[in-house]
Design a protein. Structure first.
Length: 199
């Protein structure tokens, strides 16, 4: 398998390295080069602005990938809430470019559990979606576009976290952010529930 991983942030890099570690080929594609975090395995990288008409199709042809993994678009929920139009373009707009060029290739889309409103104790594939924020709405719109593809797999993941150094150029995942702030003696703000956990 040769995968084109669109998005070279924390998750994109981890997916590409996992594929390489298991004998597959993987190429990262993003507007800016991936952060050099010192990991022993460094996937190849090609420049790509997936929102530019024709750019994804050209990159897909050039890399000869048979699988596409989409980890693209802004993922800072607070930023998306302040920039809903840009968030929608970054997710759904880019998904349209992919859908136009992917053909019958396998397309794996990393979506989010933010497509649900959070009122249910648990959610499944049949749970109706009702995004409560701009990030969830943008991801849900991208799901709508990609679900029409014959080889699409949509993964609604929850919070993804792991170690990142403090000099990571993009925003840190919540776990790493907490560690760095606590080490610096800063206060960490975290969401809490108002009442006992569900039984």
């Amino acid at each position: 398998m040769k995968a084109l991983v669109v998005g070279s942030g924390f998750v994109g890099r981890a997916i590409a390295r996992h594929l390489l570690d298991h004998g597959d080929e993987a190429v990262l594609a993003s507007r800016t080069p991936p952060f050099a975090d010192g990991a022993p395995v460094t996937p190849d990288w090609v420049p790509l602005d997936v929102a530019v008409p024709g750019a994804f199709a050209e990159t897909l042809h050039r890399t000869a990938a048979d699988t596409v993994v989409l980890v693209h678009g802004p993922s800072d929920v607070t930023w998306c809430e302040s920039h809903p139009e840009e968030a929608m373009a970054g997710h759904a707009g880019a998904a349209r470019m992919v859908a136009e060029a992917a053909g019958d290739r396998r397309v794996v889309f990393i979506s989010t559990d933010n497509v649900f409103d959070g009122t249910a104790v648990t959610s499944s594939e049949s749970t109706p979606t009702h995004p409560a924020n701009a990030y969830g709405r943008a991801k849900r719109a991208a799901e709508d576009v990609l679900s029409a593809l014959p080889g699409a797999v949509l993964l609604r993941v929850s919070l993804i976290y792991g170690w990142e150094t403090a000099d990571t150029p993009k925003w840190l995942n919540f776990f790493a952010s907490c560690v760095h702030r606590l080490r610096a003696g800063e206060t960490v703000a975290a969401p809490t529930t108002s009442g006992p956990p569900p039984s």
